[in-house]
Design a protein around this ligand. Structure first.
Ligand code: SF4
Ligand code: SF4
Length: 354
């Protein structure tokens, strides 16, 4: 059976894997239970330093609080992560940086970003500044409480690009990974988004779905899965969406825990290594995206954020961020990066070589 929803976060369970240091020890074969895994360092396989080509997207993780606690979550988000929430002051610093550096897209993620009390302020402030907003919405948040029920209209008013996870078009497979009742609420939320104009090819109301595998294997073809999801969702539920992004599960946080406890860690890492595809190096998302944590620290991507691998600059914080220094930095890579280069590649926008 595949990866199954957790009842608590690693953090609240005081699990060893809640520590980024321990996760990195495991990934580098220095710690039980997976010592000495014989795959070369990622940087050796890459054969080059990974350098940015600019900051086109500022991805802001505004908090780890979430109404769900999905099995594969690399953020270790959940209902008990109440305290890690970005303040309005830090959001303002992000916005100032984006405006100063003509960044055209702010990609808001979490947790469930809508649970941050300053979420709507941030969206409206971005739009007033002419910045496009992506929101990574887990769908069920819309149905979780009446105070979130108007989110589809709010998104439409602000022309927010919605990207939402839906692991499968069947209830069993979705609920297994994301929790009981998630599938039904996701479909109900998708219907509300469709009613608000989302998912019909209008560039102002983009609704994309994310598929990630439900176990220790690479995703199938994005093109094929998109066709299958579109046909099944329209036929079974009358639901439309624009594109499907396939994302590889990276061995970080709760997915790393699943790999270790299920005995799949070694074979999965070997699979990622064997599927290493150098043509994905050019399109790695860390080369054009900068990631900001809830407390304002800077990272090369959301995965590095969860491993506490800060960007390689003197003061990696949004309050002192310097675009030129960031442009000249070397991106921090480690063994989890094999997840981004395997097969067709993986990024927050799906396959790299699609
Ligand atoms: S909805 Fe997203 S952030 Fe929340 S627990 Fe699931 S994967 Fe993590
Ligand atoms: S995990 Fe992050 S740093 Fe590593 S290759 Fe992927 S995007 Fe780049």
């Amino acid at each position: 059976m595949g990866v199954k929803q957790r009842s608590t976060t690693l953090s609240s369970a005081h699990h060893l894997l809640a520590s980024p240091v321990f996760q990195l020890e495991v990934l580098n074969g220095a710690s039980e239970p997976a010592p000495g895994l014989a795959i070369p360092p990622f940087v050796v396989s890459a054969g080059m330093e990974i350098r940015p080509r600019g900051v086109e997207v500022l991805q802001i993780n505004i908090g780890k609080l979430c109404n769900q606690s999905c099995a594969h979550c690399h953020v270790d988000a959940g209902p008990d992560r109440k305290h890690e929430q970005m303040t309005q002051e830090t959001m303002q610093l992000c916005l100032d940086f984006a405006i100063r550096n003509r960044i055209t897209t702010i990609d808001i993620t979490g947790g469930a970003p809508e649970m941050n009390v300053h979420f709507r302020w941030l969206v409206e402030a971005c739009r007033e500044a002419g910045i496009q907003v992506i929101n990574r919405c887990n769908l069920t948040i819309i149905m979780s409480n009446p105070r979130f029920r108007d989110l589809p209209e709010f998104f439409a008013r602000n022309k927010v690009h919605i990207i939402s996870s839906l692991p499968h078009f069947s209830k069993t497979r979705t609920d297994h990974q994301r929790g009981d009742g998630v599938f039904e609420d996701s479909i109900a939320a998708l219907k509300l988004l469709n009613q608000a104009g989302y998912g019909f090819g209008n560039p102002d109301y983009k609704l994309d779905l994310v598929y990630n595998p439900s176990g220790a294997f690479l995703p199938g073809s994005q093109h094929t899965l998109e066709k299958e999801f579109k046909a099944q969702l329209i036929r079974r539920f009358g639901v439309s969406f624009d594109h499907l992004f396939t994302i590889t599960n990276l061995p970080v946080s709760r997915f790393l825990d699943y790999l270790l406890t299920s005995g799949n860690y070694t074979s999965y890492m070997e699979e990622l290594y064997k599927a290493f595809n150098p043509s994905n190096l050019e399109g790695l998302m860390c080369r054009f995206t900068l990631s900001v944590g809830w407390d304002g620290f800077l990272y090369d991507c959301d995965f590095n954020q969860m491993l506490n691998l800060k960007s390689n600059v003197a003061h990696p914080h949004i309050s002192t961020a310097d675009a030129e220094e960031l442009l000249n930095r070397q991106i921090v890579v480690n063994q989890h990066c094999y997840g981004c280069t395997a097969g067709a590649g993986s990024s927050c926008g799906g396959e790299i070589s699609a």
